[in-house]
Design a protein around this ligand. Structure first.
Ligand code: GTP
Ligand code: MG
Length: 349
């Protein structure tokens, strides 16, 4: 499966063109005419540009290698070589750019029309005409163009979903998003079926577009190597509402303890959003409903808003969908992008 939100690319800025060493043909003797070797052209730069009409990194992920044009070599007759063309890579707003070698954040393209230089083209070489002086009227020296910068970059498109679905492996996150949005997440009975976040649009009665994100599992409770999957948090920093899905068929004290720890971690440490609803899925697999209700009430009542659903027989799904729509309607302000109409300010040197 392709990753729409993260990619590693290599950018090659263009090399500078070499300076030329030549003499005008007015005299037949070699090196006896006037020096007229032109300069090379500068190598093309590589820029990254945030563009609101782009909404994922898939195209860039497919290409991976980006090369700007080399500067042309200088010619005789004092003709300078042409500068290499710059290359501009378009990315969605909210793309973070890291230098892969140093892991340093180069920039966060968090507004529309922001442009940054990521690889500078090599400087041009000088032709022998430039070296002509009163003490050296026939210079034979010239310089070669410099190499363009090469950089390995990691791009991460930071999503701003309205709703984010989190939970342990196999809890039914993808099953739920497929029922309440236009998303088509893969569903299967093995852990980590979902490898990358998947964005969908919530079914809604009104015109508003509410985005909802399916995520890879935050915790593996099936195999022995249990760990918190903090990787998922690099894809989004904020949302209006988290739906935290719990598999009702495994409710026991240890399982509840693990889930509450994760929920507290999300709210207190990650600070993604303070609104979290707990969704108990797979009600159809609960044998003792009375006991189940008792445990849930004891551990969650008055602490979190919660829903009990079954994706299998669609129990309580419409009710949940309606409540999400109403909630986001009132809380959407958080997610509005700040588009600023800044003039392009490009330093081409
Ligand atoms: N019985 C029952 N099975 C369900 C229900 N919801 C989901 N499942 C099943 O649970 C399994 C896991 O479902 P997924 O939707 O892939 O779960 P997930 O949380 O997205 O899993 P990962 O992406 O691996 O973390 C699948 O076999 C689903 O068919 C439900 O309400 N009842
Ligand atoms: Mg999934």
């Amino acid at each position: 499966m392709k990753n729409f939100y993260e990619t590693i690319i290599t950018v090659y800025a263009g090399n500078g063109g070499n300076g030329n060493c030549s003499f005008s043909k007015s005299s037949k003797k070699l090196f006896s005419g006037k020096p007229d070797g032109g300069n090379g052209g500068n190598g093309g730069n590589i820029f990254i540009f945030s563009n609101k009409s782009i909404n994922n990194l898939l195209k860039i992920n497919n290409k991976k290698i980006f090369k700007a044009e080399n500067g042309r070599n200088g010619l005789n007759n004092k003709c300078n070589g042409r500068n290499g063309k710059n290359l501009i890579i378009n990315v969605p707003i909210n793309t973070k750019i890291y230098n892969l070698d140093t892991s340093e954040l180069i920039d966060n393209l968090d507004i529309d029309n922001k442009i940054i230089l990521v690889a500078k083209g090599g400087n041009k070489g000088l032709g022998n005409f430039i070296f002509k002086s009163s003490i050296n009227r026939s210079p034979k020296n010239f310089t070669n163009g410099k190499k363009g910068e090469i950089r390995k970059l990691k791009l991460i498109f930071n999503l701003r979903p309205n709703v984010c679905i989190l939970g342990m492996v196999n809890s039914g996150k993808s099953s739920l998003i497929n029922l309440i949005s236009n998303s088509n997440s893969k569903i299967d009975n093995y852990p980590f079926t979902t490898k990358y976040p998947i964005l969908g649009t919530l079914f809604s009665e009104n015109y508003k577009k509410i985005s909802i994100l399916d995520t890879p599992a935050i915790f593996n409770n099936i195999y022995k190597n249990k760990y918190l999957n903090l990787n998922i948090f690099k894809y989004f920093e904020k949302c209006n509402l988290i739906l935290y899905i719990i598999d009702s068929s495994i409710i026991n004290q240890k399982f509840i303890y693990d889930n509450i720890n994760i929920i507290n971690y999300i709210i207190n440490d990650k600070l993604i959003c303070k609104n979290i609803w707990i969704v108990f899925n797979k009600l159809d697999l609960v044998n003792n409903i009375f006991n189940f209700n008792k445990i849930i009430k004891f551990n969650f009542n008055n602490k979190y808003k919660y829903y009990i659903i079954s994706c299998l027989n669609k129990f309580n799904i419409n009710n949940l969908l309606l409540d999400i729509n109403n909630f986001i309607d009132k809380n959407m302000y958080l997610n509005i992008h700040k588009y600023e109409n800044k003039d392009l300010n490009i330093n081409w040197n």
